[in-house]
Write a protein that binds this ligand. Structure first.
Ligand SMILES: [Zn+2]
Ligand SMILES: [Zn+2]
Length: 142
């Protein structure tokens, strides 16, 4: 049995590097605002934790509910680029929201519930008369 001489590493103790952990744990929140009245059209919140990401969405006529829904990191990136200005129809479409968070591709702006004026069938028209389906594929809140 040899005595184990403890080796002191020359200044190489694993120092904690400053990480982004704090900011990464913060929920990322994106808000779209109505071009007509400046009220909130939709809110999109992404929460990270335990290696998963959840989307909590509050859309024009419906959303995910407070529990949210798990999403892939690819979708997280798509959402982050879609709802960071400048807004573009193509990137917003890629974020894959059934109501595009209230975005009218023809006008190039967002509208709120009031200004989409949704009908009972789930369709709405923007103040310029462009039609949009705002009806989600209903999934009951769990
Ligand atoms: Zn409005
Ligand atoms: Zn429009």
């Amino acid at each position: 049995m040899q005595p184990n001489t403890p080796v002191t590493p020359p200044n190489e103790s694993p120092k904690k590097l400053p990480t982004l952990e704090g900011t990464l744990q913060e929920p990322r929140v994106f808000v779209t605002r109505c071009a007509k009245c400046d009220c909130i059209a939709a809110t999109i919140e992404i929460r990270s934790g335990n290696g998963t990401e959840r989307l909590i969405y509050n859309g024009i006529v419906a959303g995910t509910g407070p529990g949210g829904t798990p999403i892939s990191s690819g979708r997280t990136r798509a959402i982050a680029s879609a709802f960071t200005p400048p807004y573009e129809a193509a990137t917003i479409r890629a974020a894959d929201f059934y109501d595009d968070a209230g975005f009218c591709a023809s006008c190039g702006v967002f509208y709120c519930f009031t200004h989409w004026n949704p009908s009972t069938t789930g369709g709405g028209r923007c103040p310029h008369g462009h039609f949009k389906s705002l009806d989600p594929h209903w999934s009951p809140d769990d």
